[in-house]
Write a protein that binds this ligand. Structure first.
Ligand SMILES: [Zn+2]
Length: 144
């Protein structure tokens, strides 16, 4: 199922599917400042999380491959999906970029933790194998 590109809009399907994120966060109205701040913070979190989801294939591992400042409070962020290779750029305010950085740091920490667990499991298996070999007097040069 191929998506038909709109000839008047040459941007990627990913960029077009995330157009709604590029605006609409400036809020407005006369509400309690703390409520506005909380709502705004939640909205920024939601936008950053939405940026990590591919508009084409739904993969949740979209990540930035480049960025540049645009004006005083906005950034142009180039994103790429590792699953379908879809890419695009979007201009978002600084708060969204900060939250995106936090999401990426959290993701990197999860990867590091998973790697640590895998190494620990591998070492435990190796130690167990060596203990069995030593008990069975089954240590030969080819084991090294
Ligand atoms: Zn994708």
């Amino acid at each position: 199922m191929a998506e038909q590109a709109d000839s008047s809009d040459e941007r990627s399907s990913w960029t077009r599917s995330h157009d709604h994120l590029a605006s609409g966060l400036d809020g407005g109205g006369a509400a309690d400042p703390m409520t506005v701040l909380d709502a705004r913070s939640a909205a920024l979190d939601e936008v950053a999380l939405d940026l990590t989801c591919c508009g084409r294939c739904g993969c949740e591992l979209v990540h930035p491959v480049g960025s540049e400042r645009v004006g005083a409070r906005h950034w142009r962020v180039e994103l790429r999906c590792p699953n379908c290779e879809e890419g695009g750029t979007i201009v978002v305010e600084e708060g969204v970029v900060d939250r995106l950085d936090l999401l990426l740091e959290h993701g990197m920490a999860e990867i590091a933790l998973a790697l640590c667990d895998a190494v620990e499991e591998h070492v435990a298996r190796e130690v167990g194998d060596w203990a069995l070999r030593l008990e069975g007097d089954d240590v030969h040069p080819e084991h090294f």
